[in-house]
Design a protein around this ligand. Sequence first.
Ligand code: DAH
Length: 342
Amino acid sequence: MKQVWTQLKDEALTALSAVSTLDALDLLRVDVLGRKGKLAGAMKELAALEGEEKKEAGVAANEMKTAVEAAFAAKESALRSASRAADLARERVDVTEPYVPPMPRGHLHPVTQIQESLEDLFTSMGFMVMSGPELESDYYNFTAVNVPPNHPARDMQDTFYIAGQPNQVMRTHTSSLQVRAMRAYGTPLRMIAPGRCFRNEATDVRHEHTFHQLEGVVVDKGITLGHMKGVLETMAKHLYGPDTEVRLRPKFYPFVEPGVNGEVTCYLCKGKGCRLCKKTGWLEVFGAGMIHPNVLVEGGVDPDVYTGFAFGLGLTRLVMLKYGIDDIRWLESGDMRFLNQF
Ligand code: DAH
């Protein structure tokens, strides 16, 4: 009988030495020490013995049981500490790793910032935001807005003509969207069109071949100069604060009649006169007027039934005024030393 115990023990210890995980250890424990395990099975046979033999076998059985249990406990603690060491190794942080700073976040160009702010204002007043081609037909850029071929007004906006494309020009203003908008959307119409424009300039601090404008067009029955002034005042106050006033003075633009030159109270001196406004107290920021009947007709709108107004302003110029930028060429330069300031 004693042999049986020794054999059982040897088997258990051999199996134990092959175990490498806590799960496998649990399975083996059930197999050897469990209620229906090998040891329990051998214990049952004890009952059949008698006298001295039973006593000896009982002692051997207990020794074996104690030894096997101790071996299981030792194995369990070895496995647990190994797994903790593995966890620690996995969670190790290399504190000597050099810090890689995140990429600096960029921001919108100052012209885009002012454009988006005006888009928010005008959409809140029910205007749609339109865009159109930068390479524009001579027709939409000039002829449709009452500047026929050979008209002297074309000289004021010399532009880039495209070789081999006699009827295409880089648009000189966003007014090219006036007739496009009327034809596409009809009446009533409320739209703004921000965008890039181009002129053939000998560049200097005040002239650049590429710049940004924003055009506005309203057409409906009964639209008057009063509506125009109201909208322009709302825009001026949005840009320069609630105390800003608007002054309109007659000026010729081929596409409007009457046409006006729009000025706003100088935001720097509040109208007292300073270097920015050249001592006048006013800053010239837009052109505007009642849309010329010829332009309405080009747009397919009956000038006997409808009237409208249009305005145009230089977004580039607004940014220059706002930040006191003294050279327009910075704005298209892509120079990070300039752009990082906004
Ligand atoms: N297109 C003009 C320019 O580039 C600006 C302008 C003036 C637009 C009067 C208008 C307007 O719509 O009514 O100088």
